[in-house]
Design a protein around this ligand. Structure first.
Ligand SMILES: [Ca+2]
Length: 70
């Protein structure tokens, strides 16, 4: 079975959802990319998920913010 990043990405989405950062649309987009997207699509979505201020850089604070337990 091919390695699947689903559990890691899903746990990130769910953690972020509790902070109010993820909408239903974001979640559906996530599922669509995980199911049908290319590797590049998955990487881009993951990068954009962590880059919360959309400046093209994942800062140390953003890494901790997304990975932090609520
Ligand atoms: Ca950023």
């Amino acid at each position: 079975m091919e390695h699947c990043p689903f559990p890691l990405l899903l746990s990130s989405v769910l953690r972020r959802e509790r902070t109010g950062g993820i909408t239903f649309g974001d979640f559906m987009e996530f599922l669509s990319i995980i199911c049908k997207g290319s590797e590049e699509d998955k990487l881009l979505w993951t990068f954009e998920f962590y880059d919360t201020n959309r400046d093209g850089v994942i800062s140390r604070e953003e890494m901790f913010k997304v990975g932090r337990k609520p």
